[in-house]
Design a protein around this ligand. Structure first.
Ligand code: ACO
Length: 388
């Protein structure tokens, strides 16, 4: 530790940690992770309990309020969300202008940002305003994705059905037919599992942006940009691409060993925090197997299992296990989602967590502004352009 003076104020310079690994950047009461033991809790409730008994909407209420809702509170929260499923006309008109070959993650990032254009008070950061805007984003992002998918595939929009929960309504708007209860429940569980996860990269992005007292649209737009990356939420699409590249279950071992020999990363494995099995993956593995059996996709599940076995022998000693993205790929495929909607589904779930963190950050804000370890030269003379 050294002491530095910045802005006339003395402060301790923390030890440099590349990628902020192991650095505590804020405190939170939202989710707890024990990376060694493979534990994840939202407001103290183990993730497995929530996946088994809760719904996405109830889980979001839990995170936004610090407790589970009573029956009337949940009914009111559900009704508030459902009333706002449909898109504001300006956003719908804008969506129809988007290039049909645009990637859905770019489309949703743009549309979430555009929601700030039509809000009369986009910068209002008081708690009631933030909650109102968060509900609006929670309710409309599934519609944005379903409409965008139908727009690009030349199909008419299917208007939301306010009698349905968020996951079920999304599948209805996407496919134009009500999903089976198994499919709706499976997607709902995926959303619960993806709602929050400590100070992951996209949540950190949202908190950094809101810490300038910017606005929720900017914070969530930035978070979506972060989530898209293949080292973060984009890995679920990478997993599916990999599964498609492996022709048979028997070919999985050679495929993985070849990648590891080249020092390539296997998508859906490894985590900055978990050095044990990701508890979300534990749940998704069971779900993926069930859905694969129901939908005739056991080859995907079997290839995934084969990859997991090779990885267990090759790299589990380094603390590399399947993460949330690994079995979510098979799960989403079995639900019938197109590949490029996998990461956008992560957005839909994580809006709940990002909003909770935005609320938490604003309640006790301090601007994020870390130091940097400058490695460049000093006192260099300016060389006129004709002498360079
Ligand atoms: N496949 C093979 N080897 C891996 C993998 C992997 N997926 N992940 C880590 N390793 C190895 C590294 O090669 C390295 O080995 P070495 O010490 O012999 O050089 C060691 O494990 C440490 O890896 P780092 O990349 O330094 O670990 P870091 O904490 O930075 O990485 C990350 C975490 C980015 C998630 C990494 O594991 C990865 O790239 N995984 C693949 C992408 C992925 O699945 N991302 C989703 C994460 S979950 C989420 O964001 C929702």
């Amino acid at each position: 530790m050294t002491t530095a003076v910045a802005g006339g104020r003395k402060h301790e310079m923390a030890t440099y940690s590349k990628g902020l690994e192991g650095v505590i950047a804020t405190d939170t009461k939202l989710s707890f992770i024990d990376g060694e033991k493979g534990v994840l809790e939202y407001i103290g409730i183990p993730i497995g309990e929530l996946a088994s008994h809760s719904t996405f909407e109830e889980t979001v209420y839990l995170l936004w309020n610090g407790r589970l809702p009573k029956a009337n509170e949940l009914a009111e929260f559900n009704a508030t969300i459902r009333k706002q499923y449909d898109l504001p006309p300006q956003i719908e008109a804008m969506l129809k202008q988007l290039p049909k070959d645009a990637q859905p993650m770019h489309a949703i990032r743009t549309l979430v940002s555009a929601m700030g254009l039509i809000d009369q008070k986009p910068n209002a950061n008081d708690l009631p305003s933030i909650r109102e805007k968060a509900v609006k984003l929670l309710a409309t992002t599934p519609t944005m994705l379903a409409y965008f998918h139908r727009h690009r595939s030349g199909q008419p929009f299917v208007r939301p059905d306010a009698s349905l929960g968020l996951a079920e309504n999304f599948l209805y708007m996407l496919n134009g037919a009500k999903p089976t209860s198994t499919m709706a429940k499976a997607l709902d569980v995926c959303l619960v599992l993806h709602t929050d996860h400590g100070l992951n990269n996209s949540t950190f992005t949202a908190r950094v942006i809101i810490s300038t007292l910017s606005d929720i649209y900017s914070a969530i737009t930035g978070a979506i940009g972060s989530l898209r990356g293949p080292l973060h939420g984009g890995a679920n699409e990478g997993v599916m691409v990999m599964l498609n590249q492996i022709p048979t279950v028997a070919a999985a071992e050679a495929f993985v060993n070849d990648k590891l020999a080249k020092k390539d990363k296997i998508m859906g494995f490894g985590h900055r925090v978990y050095k044990a099995y990701d508890p979300r993956a534990t749940h998704l593995k069971v779900l993926a197997k069930q859905l694969a059996q129901d939908t005739g996709n056991m080859d995907l599940y079997d290839k995934s299992s084969a990859i997991e076995q090779v990885m267990a022998t090759a790299v589990a000693a380094k603390g590399i296990y399947p993460n949330v993205d690994f079995y979510s790929a098979t799960t989403y495929h079995c639900i019938g989602l197109p590949l490029d909607l996998f990461t956008p589904m992560f957005v839909v779930g994580r809006i709940g967590g990002w909003s909770a963190h935005i609320i938490e950050q604003l309640a006790d804000n301090r601007l994020f502004r870390p130091d940097v370890d400058y490695k460049g030269p000093h006192g260099v003379a300016y060389t006129p352009i004709d002498r360079r």
